[in-house]
Design a protein around this ligand. Sequence first.
Ligand SMILES: Cc1cc2nc3c(=O)[nH]c(=O)nc-3n(C[C@H](O)[C@H](O)[C@H](O)COP(=O)(O)OP(=O)(O)OC[C@H]3O[C@@H](n4cnc5c(N)ncnc54)[C@H](O)[C@@H]3O)c2cc1C
Length: 288
Amino acid sequence: MKLPSFDYACPATIAEAVALLAAHGGEAKLIAGGQSLVPMLAFRLTVPSLLVDLRKLSELRQIKITDAGVVLGAMVRWRDILEDRLLRQAHPLLTAAVEHIAHYQIRNRGTVGGSLAHADPAAELPGIAVTCDADIVAHGSAGPRAIAAADFFRGALMTTLRPDEIVTEIRFPAWPKQRHFGFREFARRRGDFALAAAAVAFDEIEKKFRDVRIGAIGVGDRPLRLTAAERALEGRVISEAAVTGCAAAASAAVDPADDIHASGGYRKTLIGVMVERALRDAVGRPIV
Ligand SMILES: Cc1cc2nc3c(=O)[nH]c(=O)nc-3n(C[C@H](O)[C@H](O)[C@H](O)COP(=O)(O)OP(=O)(O)OC[C@H]3O[C@@H](n4cnc5c(N)ncnc54)[C@H](O)[C@@H]3O)c2cc1C
């Protein structure tokens, strides 16, 4: 299907891009890699009067690793993340999740900012952002602001972004070197969106689970932190009973809707299985 007609701008600075958005009062759309936007245009799910292309904003392509954590610019692509060996060490859970995103061609163009702003509940990066307490930074006419990932996603394809705001980066807190983690995903074919995925992380202190994170993807209208499942593990000795109890709590905590890909009941069972498998990976040894 042919795209609707629109004007096109390719600003050289963030300020210029923000000014273009502000001047068009919600009628303009940003374009990053076009991986979600172009199909949406083709299906007339959005009909903007202006496309504002972010490709000249090279400052948005940076990956920064410091003692404070990891910062990914909005125009960083999946491929950039996967090819960065330092990032793999600095935030192994992030890299493990990005490995599941889409197919080769899409990973060459799909971006961090596009994924966050598109807010697909089955997308990996929003799930990791919520699981790891990341902050998403947006620049608008009122200046920059940092939004906690937990507050950023408002529903399927809905965020707290204002019409004149651009996501410029996402900041992950530093990853403790001894953290255990696991990421498990089930999709019909490798590279398809997840039917359900689980991200888990914890510290092991005196054989007990500490600072537990359990994130769930694809089982709600937004990425979820499963706090009841976290409580089922926090402070407990690492054991078979603790792991299976946490998986059951994860399944009980979600209420996914039926859709064309799977029934809600199937996804509810699946997230328990994904949490259990991710926890076993994270523990990294047989559990008794
Ligand atoms: C066949 C297919 C399979 C896929 N599978 C997966 C998958 O398994 N997992 C997964 O996570 N993703 C998947 N994706 C999504 C893909 O990885 C991209 O992340 C996503 O499409 C966003 O694309 P983009 O970065 O090109 O953004 P665009 O398509 O250019 O933009 C998407 C939306 O974000 C807005 N936007 C873009 N950049 C910014 C910004 N900096 N600030 C504010 N708003 C912005 C745009 O206006 C638009 O509304 C898949 C996509 C396709 C086409």
